[in-house]
Design a protein around this ligand. Sequence first.
Ligand code: HEC
Ligand code: HEC
Length: 318
Amino acid sequence: MAEKEEYEKVKDTGHNWDGITELDNPPPRWWLNALYLSGLFVLVYLILYPSLPLVHDSTKGLLGWTQIGEYKEALAVMEERRAPYEEKFSQMTIEEVLVDADMLNYISASSKVLFGDNCAACHGVGGQPPQGAAYPVLADDDWLYGGTIDEIMMSIAKGRIGLMPAHAGALTKQEVNLLTQFVIDSSNGVKNEAGRALYDEFGCAMCHGDDAKGDKYAGSANLTDRVWRFSGEEEQVRRTILHGVNDSFDPQTRLAMMPQWSEKMALMLEIKADVLNGGEKVEDINWEDELSGDETERLSESDIKKLAIYVHQLGGGE
Ligand code: HEC
Ligand code: HEC
């Protein structure tokens, strides 16, 4: 009966449905306290932090905190940590970088981001494009245009477009078959005299070399290894021979273009190489005379240098 008495002390609302009375219990204390506290929190927050939207802006809050401000502070801390490395790197030759483990570590970390942002869309994460993608693997020691750091730097700065003419109009069906077989045999180390004769007759050696190992000045693929630039399947090899690579006259040609990342740096590398070849000194170059000043730059010289070292390390280095 004790329970019933408790109820009777409580005010009722006067509502009664079929003998069930609606009581007017106050909410529990803890619940009310939580409600007041959260109201207080909102007030304090409104005063301290940016909160109420105005027409063009919002209230600023007494603390002066903003999300973008916090981001900028963190960025400044990062820049401050990187600055001594960047400063040191800009003064170092590539040979010096290669024997400086600490610097190599730094470059590897910062190039991973650069590579992810600019290169991975084509060359894949870590220089490993998905199988069947028509982009060269950068994480092996097989190079179209050469694998020294200087050559890699030139590939990035200048961009690369390998050219192989379509041969559809020049070859009979049987000749195409023979050449296709020759390429597949070569990659397996099998001799193919008849194919070899055609290879010489149709000028394949001009670009792919007498030994068919490719030529870094033409960027032509090595035909004697099992690393395929496109694919080792018979149909695919035939297609390359018939339609070529980047042959703008053949609508079925393969497209393979490495974008240019710095016209300016490519030009500078070429001029430096010329000057060195002529037995003169790089310090004597008058860059203001040599450059017009409107050469495009999508990546800075320092970024390209970093990426070349990074890619060189991926491939194990030549
Ligand atoms: C739009 C796609 C694309 C992007 C982006 C791209 N590349 Fe390439 N890259 C290519 C293609 C295609 C080739 C091969 C060109 C050819 O076959 O003539 C290539 C070739 C290269 C080579 C020469 C490889 C060799 O075997 O000699 C290097 C090095 C290279 N890329 C590095 C980079 C770096 C570093 C970046 C980022 C800054 C980058 N690439 C961004 C498509 C791309
Ligand atoms: C003017 C230069 C040139 C000539 C001539 C030439 N090629 Fe090529 N070839 C290239 C280049 C450059 C590439 C690589 C393109 C690339 O990777 O961007 C290539 C690629 C290939 C490939 C693809 C290899 C792979 O790994 O997927 C085959 C196969 C091939 N050539 C066969 C031949 C044959 C056979 C002939 C003669 C009928 C020939 N080429 C003539 C420049 C040439």
